[in-house]
Ligand binder design. Sequence first.
Ligand code: NAG
Ligand code: NAG
Ligand code: NAG
Ligand code: NAG
Ligand code: NAG
Ligand code: CU
Length: 402
Amino acid sequence: MALQRWLVASLACFHAAALSIPRSCNDSTVDLTKLDASMDSIEALSVLQQATMRNLYLEDQRSMPQRSTCSLTNAAVRRDWEHMCPRERKEFIQAVQCLRAKPSIADPDFARAARTRYDDFTAVHVNLTNFVHATGSFLTWHRYFIWSFEKALRDECGYPGYLPYWNWFSHADDPRSSPVFDGSDTSIGGDGAYFPHNGSAAFFGSVPLPPANGGGCIASGPFKDIQATMGPIAAGMFGMEPPVASFHEYNPRCIRRDLNHHVSSRFFTTANLLNLTIGDASKTVKSFQDEFNGRPQDNGFMGLHSAGHYTINGENTDFYTSVNDPSFFFHHAMIDKIFWMWQVLHPAESREVAGTLTLRNEPPLGNATIYDPLIMGVNAPTRMIHELMGTMDGTPLCYIYA
Ligand SMILES: *[C@@H]1O[C@H](CO)[C@@H](O)[C@H](O)[C@H]1NC(C)=O
Ligand SMILES: *[C@@H]1O[C@H](CO)[C@@H](O)[C@H](O)[C@H]1NC(C)=O
Ligand SMILES: *[C@@H]1O[C@H](CO)[C@@H](O)[C@H](O)[C@H]1NC(C)=O
Ligand SMILES: *[C@@H]1O[C@H](CO)[C@@H](O)[C@H](O)[C@H]1NC(C)=O
Ligand SMILES: *[C@@H]1O[C@H](CO)[C@@H](O)[C@H](O)[C@H]1NC(C)=O
Ligand SMILES: [Cu+2]
């Protein structure tokens, strides 16, 4: 068993090094019309990936003279955690631990509960929650947010790689066995300890979900027993600590998970992947982003964004403070990968913005435009939505996904 694990891990490392990362693809045999909901979801994701790379390659060929700063040859490549070798995974884990050990640099008036550099990220997310969810800035704000986290890992903690993503479709029947969450020293920690509770309720309590086998503090792996300093503010899991009275209150506590197959097996499906990327929901940025965020009135359909948070559960059910759990960045990198694929496959719609400036339009501040600011606090300079629209625009982004 141990030998088998070692072999698989070594092969993965060898595989990544030997094949390197495909940066071009002009494969005219990639045929999106062959995709249908009965196909295996990982297979479908791989066909979409190939089509995305082919489009990027053809576009790169056409615009080579103009695009001097970022091209397929120098773009960073963000990869599936499962395809990273143990050494690469440990480098990422160590860099996150490094950010969690460095002192906060945020203004204490802005983030009184922040203690570490990691907390500076949670703090700005808490502060802006009502302006960056179910709004016109949702996709670009979170894109910029995880990019600035990646930059901090690299610049402040010497991380040599790029952000990994959690492939939702792998181990959707049993997220506890995913290499992201299996609790080994090359995972980002396992399930929460068993903590009897009544499950969770998504969408402000309107969609009840059964509990799984965890619910307590992260019980194994590199992030076992790590502490959060902020929140909870609006947790959806029953039995969580009571919410803090003020967003700024210092409230040290552990990070809970309840890795929940009820959610992942129901929503991480080929049908939902295809609807977003090439189906009805892919037609406009409005339908794309609305579908991502769910149709709770439609038999509790969660959408892939909410489904990821409720699959990890615990801290991840808190709209404000979910960033406390490092899995946040893995989940949002996967969202950003789907956003990237959608943009490349739908160039005419890819730079549109739709939606309001506030969650549920409260208070009503009007519709978002591409000139609205994306605020990152101490983590990165304020930029406009349109600057974050293209992952290869070079202002500042220059990356693709494998
Ligand atoms: C891509 O492949 C097609 C068909 O195989 C070929 O006609 C086309 O010239 C190729 N384009 C580039 C930019 O290599
Ligand atoms: C966000 O930060 C601003 C500036 O410090 C502050 O005025 C505002 O009350 C904060 N909002 C929340 C929800 O923390
Ligand atoms: C679960 O719900 C039942 C019924 O409302 C309640 O009596 C019980 O205390 C709850 N259990 C926990 C652990 O919250
Ligand atoms: C696809 O998304 C649209 C919303 O854009 C929804 O009305 C439709 O039911 C979805 N189709 C499937 C098969 O889930
Ligand atoms: C915002 O956009 C919606 C949908 O496109 C439109 O119906 C509405 O009139 C817009 N509101 C404002 C204030 O521009
Ligand atoms: Cu968020």
